[in-house]
Design a protein around this ligand. Sequence first.
Ligand code: HEC
Length: 230
Amino acid sequence: MTQDNSSQADAAGQNGGGDLFNTAAGWVLFAAGLGLGLSILSGKFFHGDKPERPEKLGYVIEGAVEETAGPAEMSIAEALNKVPQAELVAAGEKLFSKCKSCHTVNAGGANGSGPNLHGTMGKAVASHPGFAYSAELKAHGGSWDWDTMDAWLKNPKSYVPGTKMGFAGLPKVEERAAIAAYLNAQGSNVPLPAFTAAAPAEGAPAEGEAAAAAGAVADAEAGSDPKAAE
Ligand code: HEC
């Protein structure tokens, strides 16, 4: 590929640079920019030759690179509603192995280093009889619903600074939803949060931007090409 490029560049240097050179160089540069980044190649092939050309191409390719933002995490309401409850509860039961060293969940189960968690969903925070909660968790107030449980399981120490639950947290919302659904099936029955799927247009804005960018490329080429303006 590099050899092809330089032979085209040589040919263009001899005939002064025509439409063929512009078109071929544009495509080569576009492909190279996608894989390798633009700056090195544009400097190598265009420096001082046709100054207006790399400026425009560079602008277009930078715009294309900017479109790679990651999607936002889904809400726990969505995670709870997009998988059938039985599957979610089964997944939660497996994940609960991460909690078993400190918690039982059966009715009347013993407190360990953490309180028994039977019927915890829907119950007031820090209210299980016979467990010595930290002052911080006792002072927290409120009850365990989907949102509070989600925040707690994501990062207990940031949700309740000073808690003595020595667990780092579950970064994936799917895992938090599964454990919360499992807990909810152990002596609780809090109704699922409502969730309405958004219109199926998640990819649409990106496609629109791509189309606009393609339009901008066409405009730029038409604008810089004397033949196209005729
Ligand atoms: C290293 C031991 C440990 C592990 C592992 C652990 N916990 Fe805990 N958990 C605790 C302790 C200790 C408390 C009490 C915290 C306090 O009083 O500040 C607690 C409190 C809780 C509470 C609040 C209970 C209430 O009555 O208000 C919930 C809910 C809970 N844990 C869920 C879990 C889940 C789910 C997991 C697994 C993903 C887990 N914990 C893993 C030790 C642990």
